[in-house]
Design a protein around this ligand. Sequence first.
Ligand code: RFL
Ligand code: PHB
Length: 388
Amino acid sequence: MKTQVAIVGAGPAGLLLGQLLSASGIDNIIVEQRSPDYVLGRIRAGVLEPTAVRLLEACGAATRMHREGLPHSGVEIAINGVSQRIDLLALTGQQVMVYGQTEVTRDLMDARAASGAQSIYEADQVQLHDLETAAPWLSLNVNGQAQRIDCDFIAGCDGFHGVSRASIPADKIQTFERIYPFGWLGVLADVPPVADELIYARHERGFALCSQRSKTRSRYYIQCDSGDQVADWSDDAFWAELKRRVPEDVAARLVTGPSIEKSIAPLRSFVAEPLRFGRLFLAGDAAHIVPPTGAKGLNLAASDVGYLWQAMCDFYKGDALGLDRYSQQCLARIWKAERFSWWMTGLLHRFPAHTPFEQRMQDAELDYYLGSEAGRKVIAENYVGLPA
Ligand code: RFL
Ligand code: PHB
């Protein structure tokens, strides 16, 4: 097989890049190791920045999002039971869109099927070759048959555990990492959300988040210990703990029900530099991970893809400068989103090793930011996403 861009990974980064390239007349093939149902079964992010919304519009995959997604003009931050609103719209002139990653993925898959572009699911043993030449290629096994895809470029959109980043020689890539001493236990339930807007709650027992997918489906999270297993948490234990951590009036209103998904995500900050090795370009979780506290993971993946799409369009028009600048351009945005996600995580979670002095500093910092319009604006402009 032969194509212009071979994309490894059919998560949101790979699917979005594929759709944008196809919309610009650039031929591409997506290679994914899992099945479509497996990819759709992963419950992850829920908040889209305006930049991600614009990219979905640009590739014609935004119709259902505009119909069913929930534009939010503010978020609540609750500190030990007292809630304060960050008015995103008043402070930045922008809103965020609450629309699940699963739905984004489904819309992109449907748009791809309609466009007739090729996707190869359940591909085994994907390997990248000749990355430092002008003719890189992929080898893979499909239904036990060895296949080869020749291309001009490979986009590594295969997530944190993918093969793309691992194909870069160790002396050509540098990584930066922080692992946090806790995780997030998430529950999805078909109950109406407890509030119109998201509530990020800091409590002495640990962080909690009230999020949502629709008017009838809620997504809640609580900070849990790093070693906790999903089996350690019955639905009843989860709801009881969530109620302890949110303001009393919120706990009183909370509608509980059986979980339809329950999972634990470890919290990590990670960046790989640079995002390019020869004809391989990394995008999304393949290049960086943020803790979910700032709702940046999916949005950063989308902004990388936006830059890569533009750079590839320029290349095929005869201008390679965008590809040369890709890594630097992405990293400037990535590090700022890493900083915000790390900072929000630090402010809102209980750290087992914190001394009483550090806890007081956390209180004072939150009190300072929330009590000042300038402070609220800093939170709001980062939350809606810094300019590209
Ligand atoms: P994805 O979504 O991980 O997709 C990568 C795809 O590549 C495939 N793949 C391969 N394909 C072929 N060959 C190989 N060798 C391959 N290796 C892997 C995988 O099967 C997969 O389909 O990365 P992408 O597209 O960059 O998208 C990034 C987002 O998914 C991610 O940033 C967010 O979901 C992060 N994230 C969250 N972000 C939030 O903003 N809020 C959240 O609540 C939130 N929860 C999460 C998360 C990430 C998690 N991970 C990565 C474990 C919860 C979890 C559990
Ligand atoms: C979610 O709805 O899954 C979600 C929302 C906001 C976050 C993290 C996760 O910061």
